[in-house]
Design a protein. Sequence first.
Lengths: 405, 143
Amino acid sequence: MKRIYLDYAATTPVDPRVARAMQSYFDKKFGNTMSLHSFGQEAKVALEESRQVLADLISAKPNEIVFTSSATESNNLVLKGLAFGRANKLFLRGEPLYGAPSSRKSSLARPHVIISSIEHQCVLESAEWLKKQGFSLTIIPVDKYGMVNPKDIEEAIRPETILVSVIHVSNEIGTIQPIAEIGKICRQKKVYFHTDASQSFGKIPIDVKKMNIDLLTASSHKMYGPKGAGLLYVREGIKLVPLLHGGGQENGFRSSTVNVPAIVGFAKATELCKKEIKKEGARLAKLRDKLIKNILKIKNSHLNGHPKKRLPNNANFRFDFIEGESLVMRLDIEGIACSTGSACSSMSLEPSHVLLATGLRPEQAHGSLRVSLGRWTTEKEIDQLIKVLLGIIKQLREISPYGKK
Amino acid sequence: MVKNNNKICGGLYTPKVMETFKNPHNFGKMKNPDGVGKIGNPVCGDVMHLYIKVDNPSAGLRAIIKDIKFETFGCVAAISTSSIITDLAKGKTIKQALKITKDNVVKSLGGLPKIKYHCSILAVDALHKAIEDYFSKKKDVEK
């Protein structure tokens, strides 16, 4: 049986062109970027060329790109690095974040962080950890489509706010947040703005200058690059306390011997995504819309997330009367890979916090199914999913005690 | 501090669990059951309804469960434990059925991930509830 992969939001296969670009950096150009000899220098050149490619995609400068090992690391670096860095020190001295130090002895209010309720666990957990360390935390709710209202952010910002972090696109429901509006507010209020763009990077256009983004996270393995490479865009002038102290690589933001093969792959993957960003986006959106149209014909089925403002490759459904893990495992038996926000599929036995944040009751969140499309998704595969899904839902509903007359 | 909760996630189901999940036995609603056991909570994601039909009610604990059916809303473990308990209890006397333990359920499935053990308890509890319901209904009739 030929298996069908429809879980591109979880991870993607490495594009063969990316793998080819990486190959020589494992065994031939394997040098340490810190070495003075020619081996080191060819690795260093590859690193800096890669940095340029990544910076170009989001209209950043190369010196604003910090390579990390993952999006989780980037997000941890932002929250912890900023909280324990300049902002914290200034606030402890009662001075403002931007501009010249003032003589104003303001309150001893605890530094304040704002995030949305639909952040990835690595932002959520980092923020909760900061709270335990004495920082103040506000979690901004979302509407039923999973959308943050920029006004809520504006109202939540206080003089002691050091950071606003809002995910660009939800990895679960695919809702695209009004990042530019939030960025504008944060810039006006002189608060750093971070966005986790792990899902959107390379898939929809991002311009950190136009969108007033101060910090941005991206990940290689979500866009046909290898695992083990991530980045953090850090606007020039922003200081972060590093998580890793050592040899001072990555401008001191991240000590550690640089993972050149993975970064070269990340850059190659970015180049490919950039080239086809419009065309591929339109192709996937068309397939996604066909899927949504057909699946919503099933009785008692619903779309999670925003009907329009969603990533071209994301569809997230929920089906009344059945449970998501059963659904995913039944699809897997048929050779189709998708994912669910059901409690039974999670380590914690709690349903997805993102689905609950959109106002769903736990019993509704259990019946969710995320389908995420990608570079190798064909119309035939979508047709196959539609066909198989109809049968599986019918059977699981026959087993279920609910929804019968 | 990092706690090791020894949690096991999906992908660790035994072939027997998957086979049972794929082709569950005895599912569906029963008409005029002698006893019904309803257990679980949709908020938690597991709900089981178990129905039994009993032969020769005058035999007391020696009466035989001649038919048994289930309806389950839940995960792979919930559906497969539901199916297995119907297999284990069908054709048995009430006394024998009451002796089925969660370990019997887990063993019959060739094992379950630890995090899913509660599903095996749910199945046993549903059977006990159905038998309880049968006896209480019987009492009402005899009165």
